[in-house]
Write a protein that binds this ligand. Structure first.
Ligand SMILES: CCCC/C=C\CC(=O)SCCNC(=O)CCNC(=O)[C@H](O)C(C)(C)COP(=O)(O)OP(=O)(O)OC[C@H]1O[C@@H](n2cnc3c(N)ncnc32)[C@H](O)[C@@H]1OP(=O)(O)O
Length: 277
């Protein structure tokens, strides 16, 4: 990890030359006492490996531990990709133990981000498929760049896999039953304009997304915490409790699904096509 390198090495190595093993994977900054920015920094595409998920969770907890901080902006260090979703290589011929651990970390990431006392603003300046969309939907408010080529949605079926039941629930809660039914079946990736129309995102901006995200974070941070958190718990509590009770059942579903030979062949083929591009 970068933090293990000496201060001199950290100053002299260009960040672009660092391998992921040397990186912190996320960066935390505080533009003002009430606002934190959590930047995803796992090149090339911010995919969610076991270590990346664990690091995001650890960082949210670190930010939460400062009672002064009220809002957190989630952004990417990549100028055109928010997050490419789960690290597909984690699901490609894995060991059962690693796969199960990977999934427990993804569950924890969702539960932590979805239930944090912080107001969370997703600053989506780039592509946000599958697990990237999960991160965005777990936030309280989503702002996306209006760049027409960017895509957001749940494309799992295109890889030959299915969203877990709790991600389906989150999708339904966000965009409504019928749109979710079609979107999930087709593995649909929406343009920013389409995403705004179905309320998958709350706002589109032409200007640097982060500028508007910081403004919204200020607004959310100005709401008294007790009432704001109580209303969040009322709206989100049932879904959180449900997954807490079914975590091991969900791990079993994921493991059995992913380890099937037909699913493995599909994942392998999808990865080959991605690399060939
Ligand atoms: C069973 C229940 C699970 C349900 C929950 C979630 C499921 C998921 O999240 S699965 C992941 C789904 N994600 C995708 O399908 C996105 C795939 N990626 C892309 O479409 C593009 O990479 C993207 C549009 C994000 C960016 O395009 P480019 O800028 O052109 O980059 P490249 O495509 O050239 O990618 C660079 C490099 O990264 C590798 N890559 C991309 N995505 C992933 C990923 N999700 N996991 C692992 N690796 C990924 C890609 O193969 C390239 O690698 P190299 O060829 O080795 O350079």
């Amino acid at each position: 990890m970068l933090s293990r390198l000496s201060p001199l090495a950290q100053r002299t190595i260009s960040p672009r030359l660092l391998s992921n093993a040397q990186r912190t994977l996320v960066n935390i900054s505080y533009p003002s006492p009430k606002i934190a920015v959590l930047e995803l920094d796992r090149p090339p595409v911010n995919s969610l490996s076991l270590e990346m998920s664990a690091k995001i969770v650890e960082s949210i907890k670190e930010i939460e531990s400062n009672p002064e901080v009220q809002a957190m902006v989630l952004k990417s260090s990549n100028p055109k990709i928010f997050s490419a979703g789960l690290d597909i290589t984690e699901m490609n011929r894995p060991t059962v133990a690693r796969l199960e651990d990977f999934w427990r970390n993804i569950q924890t990431l969702f539960l932590t981000l979805y239930s944090t006392r912080l107001s969370t603003i997703a600053s989506i300046d780039g592509h946000s498929p599958a697990g990237g969309c999960l991160l965005a939907m777990s936030c309280d408010y989503r702002i996306m760049s209006a760049t027409p080529s960017y895509k957001i949605g749940l494309n799992e079926t295109k890889l030959g896999i299915a969203a877990p039941y709790w991600l389906k629930d989150l999708f339904v809660t966000t965009i409504g039953y019928r749109e979710a039914e079609v979107g999930l079946a087709l593995g649909k990736l929406y343009s920013p304009k389409e995403a705004l129309e179905i309320k998958l995102v709350d706002e589109l901006v032409d200007s640097p997304v982060i500028d508007v995200a910081l403004k919204r974070a200020d607004e959310w941070a100005s709401i008294p915490e007790k009432g704001r958190v109580a209303s969040k718990v009322m709206l989100r509590g049932a879904m959180i409790q449900d997954l807490e009770e079914k975590r091991e059942m969900d791990v079993g579903w994921f493991r059995d699904f992913i380890m099937e030979e037909g699913v493995q062949k599909g994942i392998e083929g999808y990865l080959k096509n991605l690399s060939k591009k």
